[in-house]
Design a protein around this ligand. Sequence first.
Ligand code: GLV
Ligand code: MN
Ligand code: MN
Length: 415
Amino acid sequence: MIPTDIDGAGRDILARAQALARHSDSPDHYTRTWLTPAHRAAAAQIAAWMREAGMDVRTDGAGSVIGRYEGESPGAKALVTGSHYDSVRNGGKYDGILGILVPIACVADLHRRGERLPHAIEVVAFADEEGARFQTSFLASRALLGKFDAALLGRRDAAGVRFDEAMREAGLDPAAIAANPADPARLAAYVEVHIEQGPVLLGEGLPLGVVTAIAGGTRHLVTVTGAAGHAGTVPMAMRHDALAAAAEMVAAVESRAKSQAGLVGTVGLLEVKDGTGNVIPGEVSFTVDIRSGEDALREAAERDVFAAFDAIAARRGVAVSARRNHAVRATPCSPRLQDLLAESVAAAGAPVRRLPSGAGHDAMVMAEATEVCMLFIRCGAGGVSHNPAETVTEADAGLAAAAVGEFFRRFRQAA
Ligand code: GLV
Ligand code: MN
Ligand code: MN
């Protein structure tokens, strides 16, 4: 990829992101969750683009699409790059997708020139990172490394469909979800391109950023059980209202997260079981997401939040229980690869800015197998993400392609 090509590459990348967003679970907005018909159609489209770019394509047991562009010698170790093609509900069109489309554009450019590198390039379109359907996280990158948690097979989605049934319906074998894992000895490194999902680059007028580290996080599903009853007849002093208790717990998450810099806490989903306007809520479940760049800070906050939940439950005479769905430690990016990425950004003609990632990424899981780095692309519209207003510009996407093309060529395996 040469810098004079960047407008063309950026235009193609944005047009493909638009086209891919039409594969949505909902006709009203962009939502694409694991193994729905829209998700399978998106996988087929991505596979077709990979083939057109000169890659050999395979699909793994979790439905991830993997394109390989062979190196100078067949069977060379792979520089792996990629991101996810599932989305949050009513999400943005670029979250995850840019990390697939930018490297496909770079490989297409190598292919057009008939250029081979000392290493292979593998582009992985991860099937499930957000986990909106089964409340999973990093499902596909874990499966790629053979680290799938078999306890998930019995989990049900909001419509009651079991995880293993959803796999069979999509033509995947639940017994083989983590079969043939990637061999860490065959991975040279992992680089992930991602929209920044925040306002830092936008605020500083910079198109690209080199990520220094990714914040760690935990997610829990909390259930509060009180006593359902008639909204008109049970005196206030005699109630064990699960929702009123949960409301206090939500506020406890917010106030603990606000109490210290470098910490964020979110309750993004709350459900009242059999909720009805004239019934005292008997059971409520909600999610808790706590993150920090410093694991010790996050772990202390988590302890405090759950102690507060216990105190609220005891005072209100309700029960509280929690299941941890996700835990990932803060992940530093390889200093060597950060420097290489910084040189590549500069060679593409953009200033170099290093910044941490507050969002989670598949790179966190890949770091368990190889050295990782990440390139951020400026997020428009005030830096909003996980939201349909998320935007990027053609010029920024094109610059990212130029920088990644440079990175592919400059990359050498660690000594
Ligand atoms: C992934 O989008 C995350 O939750 O950080
Ligand atoms: Mn996301
Ligand atoms: Mn993402």
